[in-house]
Design a protein around this ligand. Structure first.
Ligand SMILES: [Zn+2]
Ligand SMILES: [Zn+2]
Length: 138
């Protein structure tokens, strides 16, 4: 048994304990899903609700790796949260989807700072590096 790691049944990987959020209701006070899976799971459910497709956990991990696990906005190596560049709000002008092409990795601070605005931080990265991360064309 690995000391200091925990098995996530969703991505089926052993991960450091810090990759699991706090949950007082659990035996070891950790969430069942790792933080990555928790995020993706939430958005996948959301997408399903609206009849849309969504990015997979594997796609998200690959994207984070492309960004060297750094925030697309401030460049700090922090825990990365899923930011939907154009948010999806049914019945409003925002119609961004949950797929990889509408997603960028942001730290919590940059994500909440951005809020509901449409700011594409990927452009800066693309200016230097060619990113062909699109899983499929439309
Ligand atoms: Zn996981
Ligand atoms: Zn940031």
């Amino acid at each position: 048994m690995n000391q200091g790691t925990r098995f996530c049944p969703y991505c089926e990987e052993f991960l450091p304990l810090d990759d699991f959020g706090h949950n007082a209701a659990m035996k070891d006070a950790r969430q069942k899903k790792c933080r990555v899976c928790s995020q993706i799971y939430t958005y996948q459910n959301c997408a399903k609700y609206w009849g849309l497709t969504s990015m997979t956990a594997a796609q998200w991990r690959a994207l984070c790796k492309e960004y060297d696990h750094k925030c697309a906005a401030c460049g700090k190596a922090e825990f990365l949260t899923v930011d939907h560049i154009e948010p999806y709000h049914a019945g409003s002008k925002f119609k961004g989807g949950f797929d990889l092409d509408n997603v960028q990795p942001l730290c919590l601070r940059c994500n909440s700072k951005k809020g509901q605005r449409i700011i594409d931080y990927r452009l800066a990265k693309r200016a230097g590096v060619s990113l062909e991360a699109k899983a499929d064309a439309d």
